[in-house]
Design a protein around this ligand. Structure first.
Ligand code: 4NP
Length: 150
């Protein structure tokens, strides 16, 4: 799960998908394309909206996305088009590029919709982001379940 700062959107996405996939053999992680907040816990507003939905993300620590991630992970979900561009720039092969996708294309195929950055807004922005990510992660979990059963 990738966003810009790895303190608002992608920590929520990590927490939501990890919770949905807790009985599946998958490793869910998150990172930011920028280094501004490396080592920081998620934004308190992301922690709060997660906690309301019984998900604990407070022990996460922000880190920066690196090329190694594109090698190690099978799927790279980005929140917006700028994240997409930045992640693509780290890729060294077509197969690495193909792993990178806008997360809302899971719930809204072909739409190229973005998860808005809630950092400068109010608490309702975080609730909205949670809802978008919860829908997308439900589709991702169902697809992973299918893949594991094939
Ligand atoms: P995120 O939100 O990419 O969802 O973690 C942001 C957090 C911090 C900043 C921008 C976006 N910032 O400019 O510091």
């Amino acid at each position: 799960m990738v966003c810009l700062g790895n303190i608002c959107r992608s920590p929520l996405a990590e927490g939501i998908l990890a919770e949905k996939c807790k009985d599946l053999p998958v490793l869910v992680d998150s990172a930011g394309t920028a280094a501004y907040h490396v080592g920081n816990a998620p934004d308190i507003r992301s922690q709060q909206v997660a906690r309301i939905h019984n998900i604990n993300i407070e022990n996460q620590k922000a880190r920066q996305l690196k090329h190694e991630d594109l090698k190690c992970f099978d799927l790279i979900f980005v929140m917006d088009k700028q994240n997409y561009k930045n992640a693509i720039q780290l890729a060294k092969s077509e197969s690495e590029k193909e792993k990178i996708q806008l997360i809302l294309n899971s719930s809204n195929p072909g739409s190229n919709l973005e998860v808005p950055d809630p950092y400068y807004g109010g608490d309702d922005g975080f609730q909205y982001v949670f809802e978008l990510l919860d829908k997308a992660c439900e589709v991702i979990k169902n697809q992973l379940e299918k893949d594991f059963n094939e």
